[in-house]
Design a protein around this ligand. Structure first.
Ligand code: XUL
Ligand code: CO
Length: 455
């Protein structure tokens, strides 16, 4: 095992608090701190991703890699390089002091010349990852198959016009689902990387939807056949790399799952930057998933409001994350899911130590957002005001409508006699925004802003 890729960093990163000016300490994240009766670490269930942080040399479409990543060096034997990459990744995750990692098959094992060689390489690397997991105690949040990188998937995997590509993708998912099970993975993710179209001129929408549904049914059937206990997750994204992706956003994926009888089999992996690309807020996507009981896990990152692409930056806005966190807590919190940092350093952040700064900042932002959301829940003002807004629906009129008893005739009679005469009431948006901000600003202190009466 090659060790010492991060020699300058003590193990693990400790809590320094807001008074610490050491960049290699957490300012807010304290794994053992109790928040609403649960440890911070158990609320957040943080994961590091293999792809952006360890498999990417920092290239973009205009230039080659810039990052100092000795395990990705040119001319290395692919197996030795793959092992060194895992050595670096597990050293990093253990030093960061977070419980999970996530991977695609291709992040840890390069494709071979034949399927058999690909499979053998993957199995060897999965065994090696398993050894690191046993040694460090780091766990697998989720695994996934890369069904978008190889040229065979240029026209999609499950939605490819060629059934042989469908079959190849199915074989690949089978291997990765089984590898995820072997490593004790708590979820399995399907991101429809190229399931969509570049032009409708060559696309049969109805056929491709049927193919995608069949593919997902096969995955769910196999999960039950092998007894995989984890959750199957779909990750919505509206476009990029294709012009239009079928897994566009939470509501569209939900409709698709319901149409094909798959709603009980899959939950969602909601990514912040994908939410904003789809024209929604991250808050909206989480709220939709919670309202429909399909929230599974989170890919934590942020976009750039001036760019229309997936910049995958580390999250740094407590204001935005506090609202998403509030919905997660209202929904009972994450179960098998977690917060996976699907976030990448900027191309000029060359140093290996920049990986620590990106993750530490993101983790502290999540921790601070958690404290703010918990304070909002404890204060209870939002829930109370929301409850008051809908109070009429618990009364005689409201229940007669929702139970189906009231008819249009009856309602018309009541309105005509003047028994029903609604008066507009304030939605109090600005007041509610102030309630949220007060807790965000106060949650840096241990006590928060306390419970206040808001009328
Ligand atoms: C791509 C993306 C993926 C998935 C896993 O935008 O988010 O990395 O999270 O395939
Ligand atoms: Co993602």
């Amino acid at each position: 095992m090659s060790d010492g890729f991060f020699k300058d960093v003590a193990q693990p990163i400790s809590f320094g608090g807001l008074d610490s000016n050491d960049p290699l300490t957490y300012k807010v994240y304290e794994p053992d701190r109790l928040v609403l009766g649960k440890r911070m670490e158990e609320h957040l269930r943080i994961a590091v991703c293999m792809w952006h942080s360890f498999a990417s040399p920092g290239e973009d479409m205009f230039g080659s890699g810039t990052f100092d990543r000795p395990w990705l060096g040119d001319g290395l034997d692919p197996i030795a390089a793959g092992r060194a990459k895992l050595d670096a990744a597990f050293e990093f995750v253990a030093k960061l002091g977070v419980p999970y990692f996530c991977f695609h098959d291709r992040d840890i094992a390069p494709e071979g010349r034949t399927f058999a060689e690909t499979k053998a390489r993957l199995e060897a690397m999965v065994d090696y990852a398993g050894e690191h997991m046993a040694r460090t105690g780091v766990k697998l949040l989720w695994g996934t198959a890369n069904l978008f990188g190889h040229p065979r998937y240029a026209a999609g995997a499950a939605t490819n016009p060629d059934p042989e590509v469908f079959a190849y993708a199915a074989a690949q998912v089978k291997l990765v689902l089984e590898a995820t099970q072997r490593l004790g993975g708590e979820n399995y993710v399907l991101w429809g990387g190229r399931e969509g179209y570049d032009t409708l001129l060559n696309t049969d929408l109805a056929r491709e939807e049927t193919q995608l549904a069949r593919f997902l049914s096969l995955v769910a059937e196999h999960k039950h056949r092998i007894g995989f206990k984890g959750t199957l997750l779909i990750e919505p994204k509206p476009h990029e790399p294709t012009k239009h992706q079928y897994d566009h956003d939470a509501a569209i994926v939900h409709g698709f799952l319901v149409r094909h009888g798959l709603a009980g089999e899959f939950r969602l992996n909601i990514e912040a930057n994908h939410a904003t690309l789809s024209g929604h807020s991250f808050h909206h996507e989480i709220a939709y998933a919670v309202a429909n009981d399909i929230l599974g896990s989170i890919d934590a990152n942020r976009g750039d409001y001036q760019n229309g692409w997936d910049t995958d930056q580390f999250p740094n806005s407590v204001d935005e994350l506090a609202l998403a966190m509030y919905e997660i807590l209202r929904g009972g919190g994450l179960t098998t899911g977690g917060f996976n940092f699907d976030a990448k350093l900027r191309r000029q952040s060359l140093d290996r130590s920049d990986l620590f700064h990106g993750h530490i900042g993101g983790i502290d932002t999540l921790a601070r957002a958690l404290l703010a959301a918990a304070a909002i829940i404890e204060e209870g003002a939002l829930e109370r005001l929301r409850g008051e807004r809908y109070a009429g629906w618990a009364g005689e009129l409201g229940t007669s409508i929702t139970s189906g008893r009231a008819t249009l005739d009856e309602l018309e009679r009541k309105v005509a006699t003047g028994a029903i005469d609604p008066k507009p009431v304030s939605g109090r948006q600005e007041l509610l925004e102030n309630v949220v901000n007060r807790q965000i600003w106060a949650s840096g202190s241990r006590a928060g802003a306390g419970a206040a009466k808001i009328g």
